[in-house]
Design a protein around this ligand. Structure first.
Ligand SMILES: [Zn+2]
Length: 129
């Protein structure tokens, strides 16, 4: 369900460009590390829906690492820098909000930080006339 809605949102962006008379050459889909998407299901929906919009779109899936920035000291870090055990990692993937109970700033230990990247799905589209 979640994957279906996400795929719809992605393909809707492609459709907007196609409707303006452009040809979409490449679609890059960045999947955030903290996003709990069933990748296989999602990819199936995307390719199924894309075919309805335009043939032969080159799709690339990119894993995007989560990135945090501390509101107190300004430090930026990624999930791979932290020493989380397996259980914590699983919990974070399952429920992104849980990140605040496991992760704190590696420099000043504050829990007041922003998730800059890796939370959702974003896309970039290359197209031509
Ligand atoms: Zn800090």
């Amino acid at each position: 369900m979640h994957e279906f809605a996400l795929a719809q949102a992605v393909v809707a962006e492609v459709e907007k460009i196609v409707e303006k008379g452009y040809r979409v050459e490449k679609l890059r889909i960045y999947l955030g590390e903290l996003q709990s998407v069933d990748r296989e299901v999602f990819e199936q929906y995307v390719s199924m829906m894309l075919r309805e919009v335009q043939e032969n779109v080159d799709v690339e899936y990119v894993d995007e690492e989560a990135e945090f920035s501390c509101r107190v000291c300004g430090y930026k870090w990624s999930l791979s820098e932290l020493e989380l055990d397996e259980d914590e990692r699983e919990a974070i993937h399952f429920l992104p909000e849980a990140v605040y109970s496991y992760v704190k700033c590696p420099r000043c230990s504050s829990r007041d930080y922003a998730i800059e990247r890796g939370r959702g799905v974003r896309i970039s589209i290359e197209y031509s006339e």
